[in-house]
Design a protein around this ligand. Structure first.
Ligand SMILES: [Zn+2]
Length: 202
């Protein structure tokens, strides 16, 4: 396989990039200076070397704890559960939420072989079971799989709530203001803010 084919194949694995676009990008990269290509290659390496999941919430960070978990002004007793780190960016852009997050790392998708053990659920239960969390807002996407994941999370959390007696933990789900089947990541700030404030108990 040629170097051109190699790079085009790698690029076409990225979301939204088909074979044709991958080839176009490859030829574009060939036109730029060697120095520029080197910088691109180096930032890709640095990215995978430095960026890792936050030890508490699984957000992406270059430190043991992400900037949100480290921020003393954030309400640690209010935890918003999302599918992917990119969802945090979308909610933060809405600018209303003052709690902290928990990234599942995906959603339940039995057809794609994604089961509960593939998501950061045990860590979530661990965070909640010490009693310092008063509310968990489940902000998985408004898709069938996102809804099924929300129900699963709620059941897991209610199990610890009942194990410890009548706990004070409340599990809420963001409102349905968001387009069904849509992606939180692409929703506008106003819709996200509205969906958060109109959340309901599960
Ligand atoms: Zn964190």
């Amino acid at each position: 396989m040629s170097a051109i084919d190699d790079l085009a194949t790698e690029l076409s694995k990225l979301p939204g990039i088909g074979r044709k676009t991958a080839l176009r990008l490859t030829y574009h990269l060939l036109k730029q200076s060697k120095e520029q290509s080197r910088r691109l290659a180096e930032s890709l390496l640095t990215l995978s070397d430095r960026v890792r999941p936050c030890e508490r919430c699984f957000n992406l960070t270059e430190d043991p704890l992400c900037s949100i978990c480290r921020d003393p002004r954030r309400d640690q007793s209010l935890v918003c559960v999302v599918e992917e780190p990119s969802d945090i960016g979308a909610i933060e852009r809405a600018g209303e939420f003052r709690g902290v997050y928990h990234v599942l790392g995906g959603r339940l998708a039995p057809l794609d072989g994604v089961g509960p053990e593939d998501l950061n659920v045990v860590a979530l239960v661990g965070r909640v079971s010490n009693g310092s969390v008063r509310e968990v807002i489940v902000a998985t996407n408004p898709s069938l799989e996102g809804e099924a994941t929300a129900v699963f999370i709620q059941r897991e959390l209610m199990r610890i709530a009942t194990d410890d007696g009548p706990g004070t933990l409340v599990v809420t789900r963001i409102a349905r203001g968001l387009p069904v089947g849509g992606d939180l990541e692409y929703a506008d700030g106003a819709s996200i803010a509205q969906a958060l404030s109109a959340r309901r108990t599960m």
